[in-house]
Design a protein around this ligand. Structure first.
Ligand SMILES: NC(=O)C1=CN([C@@H]2O[C@H](COP(=O)(O)OP(=O)(O)OC[C@H]3O[C@@H](n4cnc5c(N)ncnc54)[C@H](OP(=O)(O)O)[C@@H]3O)[C@@H](O)[C@H]2O)[C@@H](O)CC1
Ligand SMILES: Nc1ncnc2c1ncn2[C@@H]1O[C@H](COP(=O)(O)OP(=O)(O)O)[C@@H](O)[C@H]1O
Ligand SMILES: [K+]
Length: 511
């Protein structure tokens, strides 16, 4: 089993692991060393592309394959040959000279009996299906010149109604980061090999890739043990055994006890959303601490919430010293400044798991090291949930120049010692051991005020039940995405809190 012994989240990661292009290269060479030739891998790859096209298009479909100068182009040559054998009307266009092709790609090109045409707009625009085999894992620099022109024509053909299938990755997408290097193909489908790459999930790559299909080309999963990939898609397999369920023998404290700190009278919505979400996610009881004037607003929200007056950090310290407390959520609309910093210090001084969001993070903008020292020094779990602005403020340049969102989140988790949930449409959940998950079930409807507060509350509610920090963060992000899908277009954050009930009633896995 992959990454065995490193905690339960790894055990089920196998099929969901993401391989960077360099890791994929290792998978490739390890397979070749064990006796499968590179040519066989390329034949299998080209065949998988052809199968995908044949499954969706009629005999006689006009297919144009646009090949680049490397092995991605080699896959294109194989696909073209198989598609022609299977009755498609195939044209093959090559960027560059045939005699510059080397290795397996040169062998694949020799086996193609048809014409090799130069790349032209008319040949691309005449196609019903365009296969993009220009660049894949070997994209090394921004695309310009003829290749950029070809990508522009492929995109124009798609706008004109053609289907575009990318071989491995849409050309122009960096498989490591998901970034567009210059210009990139906008594909309907991408057929990749063995495992997905980070660029298929990270934005904007996810959008360019369209639907991603993973084909088996003969690489054995056993190579993963040596490669030890450090990222996976956030899939229920990774945490389904921790899904919150009430036990028949349970009582309210079995769900744990959470505290959510509320800001002033003009800013109570955020804590109310977080507290409601924590309860619905399964916390046994949730207490909201609020300044006196804000208290009635909180109390009138959900009768199930407990409210406690808290006018200063000292009082907060007393309230969170209850040993039965299992989770604390701090940050949503709490205000930026010393009072919040002090509340964070007090929360981190307890044995409860802590979620730090929004203002709790921004309050440490000028001295992030002080926060990280506290997080690092505690035995209980800490989850930080920054959006991109908060991330930049707290983790400044994490991962260095050119870092992917994965690298940045990983560096942030390593430097802080906590679990980092770097939010967005492609939320990354990073653990301090460097292993990261990329989430992919969140609908764009989640981009609405208060949605992040609900997420902090869900994670807090899961932590309250004793679920580990990484699992709670990963499951919480997934539940939040499901809640967004349940509530649907037009949702407001309050609807997400309500939708958690439906999410819990229909877990995303077979029981
Ligand atoms: N690994 C595996 O298991 C398997 C991999 N397979 C396939 O191999 C693919 C990877 O092949 P690859 O390594 O040859 O790289 P690829 O994407 O063809 O590009 C390299 C070429 O492009 C060029 N080039 C790069 N950037 C450029 C730019 N901006 N502008 C212009 N040129 C640029 C670069 O030139 P250079 O940088 O050397 O000057 C070089 O000539 C992979 O995606 C998959 O499809 C399968 O066959 C089965 C098993
Ligand atoms: N385009 C999007 N697609 C999917 N999820 C999104 C998108 N934009 C934002 N989200 C999610 O919505 C939430 C927004 O949180 P945040 O930025 O803290 O907003 P707020 O402070 O208003 O609650 C995060 O969980 C984020 O991952
Ligand atoms: K490609």
């Amino acid at each position: 089993m992959v990454l065995e012994g490193e905690g339960s989240i790894f055990a089920a990661a196998g099929p969901h692991l993401l391989l960077r292009p360099d890791e994929m290269g290792r998978a490739d060479s390890m397979t070749i060393e064990k006796g499968t030739s590179g040519s066989t891998l390329m034949e299998n790859a080209g065949l998988a592309i052809a199968d995908d096209v044949v499954a969706r298009h009629r005999h006689g479909t006009r297919v144009t394959v646009v090949c680049g100068p490397g092995n991605n182009g080699g896959d294109g040559f194989v696909a073209a040959r198989v598609l022609a054998q299977r009755g498609m009307v195939v044209r093959l266009l090559l960027l560059g000279d045939t005699d510059r092709l080397t290795g397996d790609a040169a062998i694949a090109a020799k086996r193609w009996r048809g014409t090799i045409e130069p790349v032209s707009e008319t040949a691309i625009m005449a196609a019903d299906v365009v296969i993009d085999a220009i660049f894949g894992a070997g994209l090394a620099r921004p695309v310009e010149g003829r290749a950029a022109e070809a990508i522009g024509w492929i995109n124009a053909a798609r706008r004109g109604g053609a289907s575009v299938i990318a071989v491995d990755l849409p050309s122009g997408i960096d498989g490591r980061t998901g970034e567009i290097l210059g210009i990139a193909v906008e594909a309907d489908r991408s057929v990749t090999f063995f495992r997905r790459k980070p660029g298929h999930l990270l934005l904007p790559g996810r959008v360019n890739a369209g639907r991603v299909v993973v084909a088996d080309i003969g690489i054995k999963p056993s190579v993963l043990g040596a490669i030890r990939p450090m990222a996976a898609a956030n899939h229920p397999d990774l945490w389904k055994d921790k899904w919150p369920r009430k036990s028949i023998a349970g009582h309210k404290y079995s769900g744990g006890s959470a505290v959510v700190a509320c800001g002033g009278v003009e800013a109570t919505g955020a804590a109310r959303l977080a507290a409601g979400a924590a309860l619905r996610a399964g916390a046994g009881l949730v207490t909201v601490t609020a300044p006196g004037e804000a208290l009635p607003l909180v109390a009138g929200f959900l009768a199930a919430l407990i409210t406690r007056r808290c006018d200063d950090p000292d009082r907060f310290g007393e309230l969170v010293s209850d040993p039965r407390l299992t989770a604390i959520v701090l940050g949503p609309a709490l205000g930026v400044g010393e009072a919040t910093r002090q509340m964070v210090r007090l929360a981190l001084g307890t044995a409860a798991a802590v979620v730090l969001d929004a203002d709790a993070l921004t309050s440490f903008e000028d001295d992030p090291g002080a926060l990280f020292a506290l997080v690092r020094g505690r035995p209980a779990g800490t989850v930080m949930t920054p959006h991109s602005g908060e991330f930049r403020r707290l983790f400044k340049g994490a991962g260095g120049q050119g870092a992917s969102k994965l690298d940045a989140a990983r560096a942030a988790a390593e430097v802080s010692g906590g679990v980092v949930v770097f939010k967005g449409a492609d939320t990354v959940i990073a653990g301090p051991d460097g292993f990261c998950l990329v989430n992919e079930n969140a609908p764009a409807d989640l981009a609405t005020a208060g949605s992040g507060d609900v997420l902090a509350g869900i994670i807090g509610g899961l932590l309250a039940q004793g679920i580990g920090a990484r699992e709670a963060a990963a499951m919480g992000v997934y539940m939040h995405g499901m809640a967004g899908n349940v509530a649907g277009p037009g949702l407001v954050a309050d609807d997400l809190v309500e939708a958690i009930r439906a999410v819990r009633a229909a877990p995303p896995f077979e029981d």
